[in-house]
Every structure is written in C-alpha cells, then in structure tokens.
Design a protein around this ligand. Structure first.
Ligand code: DGT
Ligand code: CA
Ligand code: CA
Ligand code: ZN
Length: 578
C-alpha cells in the first residue's frame, strides 16, 4: 500500500509538531509545516508529481523535502519520523490540538506527569493532579478542560451551506439587537467557503464592545455560553455548532478581518512578507521596529501596505495567491450575478417535487434566462424516470411552455435535457437516438461507485466520448463527511473532457460540492469548461447555486470558464458540437 497525500501531509505535520515540542530550530519546523500544508490539498497524487519530476515545483516544497517524499513513497516510512516518534509519542502530539496547550506545556505534561494521550489528560484533570504542577493553577485547569470539550465538538465538521445559514441568522439577529453596530461579518473558513466548517467566526466593530458581546450571548439560537469577556465570546448554538465573536475597534477592522479569515497558511505567508519589510503583523495591524502601530481600517489597506491588491477570501489558502497578486494575475472571479442558467434540475417527470413550469418560474424569479430540465433516465428503480417515449412527451410540454414565454414577450427558455445513468460497463442507460434530440445531456455515475480505479475511469471515459454527452454531473460522487469519491484517474478524465468539449460539473448540492475546488482548479488549468448546477429537486433548491458559485470561486474560475454564464446562443453552439 503506497501512502496517500493525506498520509504524507500528516507525517510532515507530525514532524513539525514533534520538533516544536523538542524545541528545535524554528526554520526547520516551518519548512515541514509548510510542506504539510502544501501537500494536504494537492489535486494529484504525489507519485504523479514525482513521475514528472515536478515535486520541487510545488510551492512550499524544496529539495530536502522532495527527497523525503521520495523515501516515503518508496519505503512507506521515514527514519527521521521514526526517531522523533520514539522521543515524542503520537498521543503527546494530540495534546497540541487542545487550545491553550502549546509545545512547551505538552512537553511538561508528558515529562512531568506522563500524559501521553488526550485520555491521560482527562484523567489528570479529574484527579486534580494537574493543579499540582508548577505554573498550572485552577484557572489553567479550567481553560484546558474547556479546550478539551471544544476539541471534541470541533472534530465534527458541518457542511458549509449549513454553517452559512446559521451565521447569517446570527448576523441578522445581532444587527436587529444592536442597530448601532458598524461592521459585522463572518470570517474564518466560512468566509473562505471551505466545503466543511469547524466553527463560525464572527467579527464586529462597535463603540461599546461589551454590550455587543452581551447581545450576542443573548441571541435565541445560542444554547450555551462557553465564555464571554469584554470583547470576545464563544457560544454553542442549538444546532451544535460553535460560534466565536470578536469585537474590535473600528480602526483595526481590516487587519482583524484579514487575520481571522485565514487560512493559517495564507496568514503565515502574509506575515513573512510583512517581516521582509521590517513590519510585524497581527490582528491589531502592522507594528514597526520602533514599536509604532499602523492600523488598517479596511482589508485592502492591509494588502496595500505590502503593495498587493486585495485578495478574495476564497483564494486565501496559501496556494499561489500571493504570486498571482504580485503579478496582477488574480482572476476576475465568477459571481452569482454572472449566472444566466442552471443546467441540471429535476421535475415530477422523475423524482422532483414540482412541475416543469414551477421550476421555470423559480428560475426566472432568481434572474436566470434559461434552464435545462434533466430528469433521471428510467434505470435501477428511480421512481418515474424517463425513457425515450416519455422524453418525447416531455419535449411537447416544454415546447408549449416556451411558446407561452415567447407569446408573453418574456426572454426565458427551457431546454430539453436528461440526466442519463452511466451503467457499470460505461454504456448509457438511454439509446443514442433518444439523446440526439435533446439540447443538454447530463451523464452521471450513481451506481457501482466502488469499482477499481482502472475500471471506473474507463467507464467514465467511455461516457465522455459519447458524442451526445454535454455534461458530467457530480463527477466523483463524493458525499461530504460520509462517502469518499470514486477512485478515478482525474488527469485522464480532464484530458478527455477537454478533448471532447464535455463540461464537468460543480454540483451545488450542500452535501456534494463535487467537483471540489482543487480538482475544479486543475480542470480549468487543463482547459476544461465547468458548469455550476443546483441539481434541484424542488423550486427552493435553486438557491443552492450560490454554494456552487462559491466553490467555483475557490477554484479560481472566471465567468468565461463556466458555461452557465454564457449567453444561450454560445451554450447551444457548444453543446451542438458534442
Ligand atoms: P475551521 O473553523 O476549522 O473550519 O477553520 P478556520 O480557518 O475557521 O479556523 P479557526 O476557526 O480555528 O480560526 C479562524 C482563523 O483565525 C484562521 O483561519 C486563522 C486565524 N488564526 C489566528 N490565529 C490562529 C491560531 O493561533 N490558530 C489557528 N488555527 N488559527 C488562527
Ligand atoms: Ca472557524
Ligand atoms: Ca474559531
Ligand atoms: Zn440530478
């Protein structure tokens, strides 16, 4: 079994943490930490980079680390790592995940009390032994206890759309309670639109911060207050999510927002660039060597201090955004307002809940100018799926609807489509002549997702090569926090999609967000056109498009690279070629 990117990222992360506990050289520690972050969400297996002699092209990976990656890929183990494991057991590294336990305290807990796991930590807390340790009082015991609890909660991540709704409820509630609030926004992973969220981070400015904190902890969605201070509070919401609020002086809004938006990798790089100019950066602003503080009221001011343009939060993952910013090559990212179409949705003709006319009206109400109705093909027990005959009946209904829009002088068009299953051998579940009459053919994998890599890749390639297929929906089939995607050779899929002019979907379903951002970014690099679709089964689910658009932004997508943003004529010209 060869090691995955995740395994190797974890090993480098553990090396950095162990060295920190042992008090080793700061620069070496940083090198391993950066490598770990760089590897964690690479779009392709490390073995592929090595095969192309491109390991050292990955930002954050130098010669030494590239060599160590080679050893790990070949041997599955690394002597340096084994040696560190003997000195610092892995349970001791777990202690670092507790807020308020840093490397120095982890070392002392291990050396002086023999604490070698989170369970040991619980035990010494309960027995009162911790309090006996020099420098640890009742107060730090309480902080560590709270930290342990919050760690247990944060292990459960929630999908971004769910956290976004919770954050917007909090913001609306807080604005209503404190009309004097000036700035109020969510930061953290939510603002970067990561697919899953550990906790919600809110940031506010107000003249009277204490009263903002009081209003926050009194909001109806708050179940429990973990801690509340003068300018900071942590609460648990009824839905189980943790939310932090930090109130900051208005003149420091920009630096605080940047700091608490992260990511950590972005912040580390930002601080390095500041240091190169003799400035240290924190949430309070830039500090000069002579001690003077330069505050930033807006985020753009903070970037401007380093001669950089403002970087959209979705790009702040420490993956070449600074290089792009410096070269003035940041993309003009896709926006929800750019979306003219939704090309994947269902109606009562298969498992949808609404009529075609109702779906069309919902799309029109959201400012779209065309949609494709793509009901499921009749295959493997989908209720009421469509076969060739029913597709013809459906086309007649759609033609009447379009004629009605035209008669009313409305610029709206419903396209005839289908979501056809790709059977386990790669044949489509509908005959070619049924597909030939349609405007949009969406093909997708729903069954036998655990086929071996070669088989399932060949299966998808066969579907892509079908001349009628326009879109591959939710290409990997992943379900967030529940099911890994299929084991596909994505490089081969991207190459074929590009060759055949087939669009790959970012499915906006809250549990899917598939393709994910790093795969979608790789697809764009290889010249593939993306689509962002809701896959709605009810009118209100058309709102999901927003999450797909955020994911496309994380993939660095511009409007031109997303077929939903194209005028109808351009879309049809493209799909008629395939
Ligand atoms: P999450 O909550 O796990 O989905 O991810 P984030 O990125 O929201 O992380 P969180 O909530 O721990 O912190 C919010 C941001 O605050 C983070 O992106 C960067 C920034 N930050 C500032 N100081 C620290 C620090 O000491 N540790 C961490 N992890 N983040 C920090
Ligand atoms: Ca967070
Ligand atoms: Ca947080
Ligand atoms: Zn669908």
């Amino acid at each position: 079994m060869s090691l995955s990117n995740r395994d190797i990222a974890d090993i480098f992360g553990a090396i950095a943490a162990s060295m920190e506990i042992l008090g080793e050289d700061r620069f070496r520690i940083q090198a391993y930490r950066r490598a770990s972050e760089a590897i964690a969400d690479l779009p392709m297996p490390l073995a592929d980079y090595r095969a192309r002699a491109a390991l050292e092209d990955i930002p954050g990976i130098g010669k030494t680390i590239a060599g160590k990656i080679g050893v790990l890929l070949d041997e599955g183990a690394l002597p340096l790592y084994e040696k560190l494991r003997e000195q610092v057991p892995s349970g001791v590294l777990d202690l670092l995940r507790v807020p308020d336990i840093g490397p120095r305290n982890a070392r002392r807990l291990y050396a002086e009390l023999g604490v070698a796991s989170l369970a040991d930590l619980s035990t010494v807390l309960d027995s009162g032994k911790l309090r006996g340790l020099k420098g640890f009082g009742a107060k730090s015991e309480q902080r560590i206890r709270t930290g342990l609890e919050s760690l247990a909660r944060r292990e459960r991540r929630v999908v971004m759309p769910y956290a976004l709704a919770a954050a917007e409820t909090l913001i609306a509630g807080l604005r209503a309670a404190r009309p004097d609030l000036v700035q109020l926004a969510y930061a953290g992973s939510l603002r970067r639109a990561r697919p899953t969220i550990g906790d919600i981070d809110l940031l506010a400015t107000a003249a009277d911060t204490a009263s903002v904190i009081a209003a926050f902890t009194a909001l109806p969605s708050v179940a429990r207050v973990v801690e509340a201070g003068e300018s900071k509070a942590t609460v648990i919401l009824h839905n189980g999510l943790q939310a932090d609020l930090l109130a900051t002086p208005p003149e420091q809004w920009g630096s605080a927002l940047l700091h608490f938006t992260g990511s950590q990798a972005h912040n580390i790089r930002f601080r390095e660039l500041a240091l190169e100019r003799g400035l240290s950066f924190s949430e309070h602003g830039f500090r000069r060597a002579d001690g003077e503080l330069l505050a930033c009221a807006a985020e753009a001011d903070a970037y401007a201090m380093l001669d950089l343009p403002w970087i959209p939060p979705e790009l702040r993952e420490g993956r070449s955004e600074f290089e792009a910013a410096r070269a003035e090559k940041l993309p003009r990212l896709l926006e929800l307002a750019d979306m003219r179409a939704d090309l994947h949705m269902h109606s009562v003709w298969s498992d949808g809940r609404a009529s075609i006319a109702e779906m069309a009206e919902a799309a029109r109400a959201r400012g779209l100018s065309h949609i494709a109705i793509t009901d499921h093909s009749a295959y493997l027990g989908v209720t009421g799926g469509v076969d060739a005959a029913r597709l013809r009946e459906q086309a007649a209904e759609i033609a009447m609807l379009n004629a009605d829009y035209a008669a009313r002088g409305l610029d709206f068009r419903v396209l005839c489509g289908v979501e056809v299953d790709i059977t386990p051998d790669g044949v489509l579940a509908l005959p070619d002549d049924a597909l030939a009459d349609l405007d949009i053919v969406v093909a997708s994998l729903h069954v036998s997702l655990r086929q071996p890599r070669e088989q399932i890749t060949a299966r998808l390639l066969r579907a892509i090569a079908n001349p009628h297929v326009d879109i591959i929906a939710h290409p990997t089939g992943r379900i967030l926090e529940r099911r890994e995607g299929a084991d596909l050779d994505m490089e081969a899929i991207f190459a074929a999609a590009r060759e055949h002019g087939v669009c790959l979907e970012i499915n906006s379903g809250p549990d899917r967000l598939d393709l994910d951002a790093s795969l979608a970014r790789r697809a764009l690099e290889l010249g593939v056109t993306l689509v962002v679709d809701s896959d709605a089964h009810r009118p209100d689910e058309l709102d999901w498009l927003r999450y797909g658009v955020l994911t496309a932004r994380r993939a660095w997508a511009s409007a031109d690279q997303v077929a939903n943003a194209w005028p109808l004529e351009r879309l049809l010209e493209h799909t008629r070629r395939t």
